[in-house]
Ligand binder design. Structure first.
Ligand SMILES: NC(=O)c1ccc[n+]([C@@H]2O[C@H](COP(=O)([O-])OP(=O)(O)OC[C@H]3O[C@@H](n4cnc5c(N)ncnc54)[C@H](OP(=O)(O)O)[C@@H]3O)[C@@H](O)[C@H]2O)c1
Length: 320
């Protein structure tokens, strides 16, 4: 993979699966990184590399900085590691503290300071992709563009993307940017179907029962048209389809897994990969064994019938 990516190159062509590092770094209470955290992170990262993952997803807030700090420790201990991967991180969410409520912050000052923190914790000089984590109600595209321009000119960040934004927000931000947004990371899974329902239930009176879907209108289409890589967080549905007998959908997931001689998690990922939008699932398991098993997802190809059976069973309501 060569960076910077040429315009309109989909990250998915380079690495179909992303490893999400939110599970690394121990607890969420601050404090130092321990040898146990390092051993756990090492096993997870090796498992992800073994299944062909070359993009690792972070955020400055994960484990209050400890996910990046433990990853930085791995990079320090194995200097060859950095060349085997691309690193992505996010900023823009600020936790509540004694003086402030929890909030979003896309001010230039906050973005630039956050990137310095990310680089310092990871122990790197260049971050391949920076994502804006959640839409800031006070976002001013020109201010974001100025911050990104300075970060890019300083060699600190290669590309800019977003997370949890709908089409109109991406379009609005893009008006101020000289370069295309490269990614949008959204919650997409068999447990979070609004992104599909937005298209399939358009013009259906029943759609009124699923109001969440309306907000998604045009988001997949915008991303595909403009070459914005869609990344799926929550792609394993946080383990909700783990128990075969737990619900109708879990039963179907396990049946299809059996047909393909694979795991339920691989089926969940294959379901996302089968969608023509070119979705890049982000795997959030901290278990090396479960991560390795996810590698099957790129091997199996779900039929159109299997894809719809999973979709309709998971939504719990027949299509119009
Ligand atoms: N952009 C955003 O706003 C946003 C939000 C959340 C997350 N993310 C990113 O997306 C990544 C993935 O998100 P996620 O962690 O919410 O979702 P996920 O990958 O769907 O879920 C991971 C969780 O599910 C559990 N799990 C998975 N398969 C299981 C199974 N078969 N049995 C039992 N438990 C199972 C894992 O436990 P084990 O660790 O024990 O396997 C882990 O706790 C994160 O690491 C982060 O990089 C982004």
């Amino acid at each position: 993979m060569s960076f910077p990516l040429p315009l309109q190159t989909h990250l998915r062509d380079v690495t179909p699966l992303v490893y999400g590092c939110m599970a690394l770094g121990g607890d969420w209470n601050g404090g130092p990184v321990t040898e146990t955290d390092i051993a756990h992170a090492h096993a997870a990262v090796e498992a992800a590399l073994d299944i062909g993952v070359t993009l690792f997803d972070h955020a400055d807030i994960y484990r209050r900085g400890k996910a990046e700090a433990v990853f930085g420790e791995l990079l320090k201990r194995d200097p060859g590691l950095r060349a085997r991967m691309r690193l992505q991180s996010k900023c823009g969410i600020r936790f509540a503290d004694d003086a402030n409520v929890g909030r979003f912050d896309f001010s230039a000052d906050h973005i630039e300071r956050s990137v310095d923190g990310i680089l310092q914790r990871l122990g790197i000089t260049h971050l391949d992709i920076l994502l804006l984590h959640r839409p800031d109600a006070l976002m001013e595209p020109a201010e974001v563009a100025r911050a990104f321009g300075r970060l890019k000119a300083a060699g600190k960040v290669g590309h800019l993307g977003v997370s949890n934004m709908h089409a109109a927000q991406m379009r609005w931000l893009q008006t101020a940017l000289d370069e295309p947004l490269v990614a949008n990371q959204l919650e997409l899974s068999l447990a979070k179907l609004d992104f599909i329902d937005a298209g399939t239930t358009f013009n259906d009176p029943q759609a009124a029962t699923r109001p969440g879907a309306a907000a998604w209108a045009g988001t997949l289409e915008y991303a595909q048209q403009h070459g914005v890589q869609l990344q799926a967080w929550g792609s394993l549905a946080q383990g909700r389809f783990n128990e075969p007998a737990a619900s109708g959908a879990a039963k179907v997931v396990h049946e299809i897994a059996e047909t393909h001689r694979t795991t339920a998690n691989a089926v969940l990922l294959a379901w996302l990969l089968r969608h023509p939008a070119g979705i890049q699932p982000v795997i959030g398991s901290g278990s090396a064994e479960r991560i390795r098993a996810c590698g099957d997802a790129t091997r199996i190809q779900l039929s159109r019938e299997e894809w719809y059976r999973l979709y309709v069973t998971a939504r719990g309501q027949a299509l119009p």
